[in-house]
Design a protein around this ligand. Structure first.
Ligand SMILES: Nc1ncnc2c1ncn2[C@@H]1O[C@H](COP(=O)(O)OP(=O)(O)OP(=O)(O)O)[C@@H](O)[C@H]1O
Ligand SMILES: [Mg+2]
Length: 262
């Protein structure tokens, strides 16, 4: 369903993405891992239209999408969450979902201006759908609280609910369990698995290898903007290139700490 061909992104002299080839088939849960700064978020930014490749092509169901703005890509059925949570903190939990559904309703502008029965029925339908999503993510009891007042884990789940409120076929998750405890992480894994049962396709960036093992059919590994491995979670775990990429960075970090101390 999604195909990246030789996608590169240069920031000045920095090659954040370097000839990335990737194929994501329908109803798969695909993991994207790699050390800090490997280019994972940049990749999702380029798929979702927030950023654009310097070269290369991105196709969704055969159509090029890499020059489209975010709202067009969203309209084609791609939704995402953000590594740094982006919610409307001064709006309620429910309003955050309703605003996300905007544009999905079938009532016309004229309907809304004169407030026809059709418009009212549409509003009710969107509200019901939003409440169902909140229930599913155990947020229904907080529907009328300000999103900014929710605990961190709840905000992460609200981000996912909000992305789903747009009715996507492909969901991009950027570190959805960051800041969650192991129990919350496992539960979020169950939610991700349920999405695949509902015919969705998921690309998930994650540092937590237990989550990767729990949910992913296949995994891509990025290092310095390049795909260095692709395979099952089990195969990736034993891949020497992957082990080296992670160890290499650890040594680098230790060195940096040592230098600072000295
Ligand atoms: N807008 C930008 N301008 C310049 N450099 C950028 C920009 N966005 C990202 N970079 C650089 O591109 C590289 C990849 O960053 P990116 O955020 O994609 O990494 P990441 O794999 O998501 O890392 P992390 O695990 O820390 O989230 C980094 O070196 C980063 O500093
Ligand atoms: Mg990132």
């Amino acid at each position: 369903m999604l195909e990246l061909h030789k996608v590169s992104r240069l920031f000045g002299g920095l090659q954040a993405l370097d000839q990335v080839d990737m194929r994501i088939s329908e109803r798969r849960i695909v993991g994207l891992i790699g050390p800090n700064g490997a280019g994972k978020t940049t990749l999702i930014n380029n798929i979702s239209g927030l950023d654009h490749p310097t070269s290369g092509t991105i196709r969704l169901e055969g159509n090029e999408i890499h020059n489209l703005p975010p709202h067009r890509i969203s309209g084609l059925g791609i939704a995402r969450t953000y590594q740094n949570i982006r919610l409307f903190g001064e709006m309620t939990v429910l309003e955050n979902l309703l605003i996300s559904q905007h544009g999905r309703g079938r009532a016309s502008v004229l309907d809304s201006l004169v407030f026809t029965p059709h418009f009212r029925a549409e509003e009710r339908r969107l509200r019901d759908t939003a409440m169902q999503l909140l229930e599913r993510f155990h947020l229904a009891g907080m529907a009328h609280q300000l999103a900014g007042n929710l605990p961190y884990g709840d905000q992460r789940r609200l981000e996912m609910a909000r992305a789903l409120a747009t009715g996507p076929k492909l969901l991009l998750l950027d570190e959805p369990t960051a800041g969650m405890n192991p129990i919350e992480t496992e539960q979020l894994g169950q939610q991700i698995l349920r999405l695949r049962d509902e015919q969705l396709t998921v690309l998930v960036i994650e540092h937590d290898m237990s989550l990767i093992h729990q949910v992913c059919d296949e995994v891509y590994v990025l290092n310095f903007g390049q795909i260095i491995a692709h395979g099952t979670p089990e195969a990736i775990k034993h891949n020497p290139l992957v082990i080296e990429a992670y160890l290499g960075r650890e040594e680098e970090n230790e060195l940096a700490v040592g230098e600072r101390k000295g």
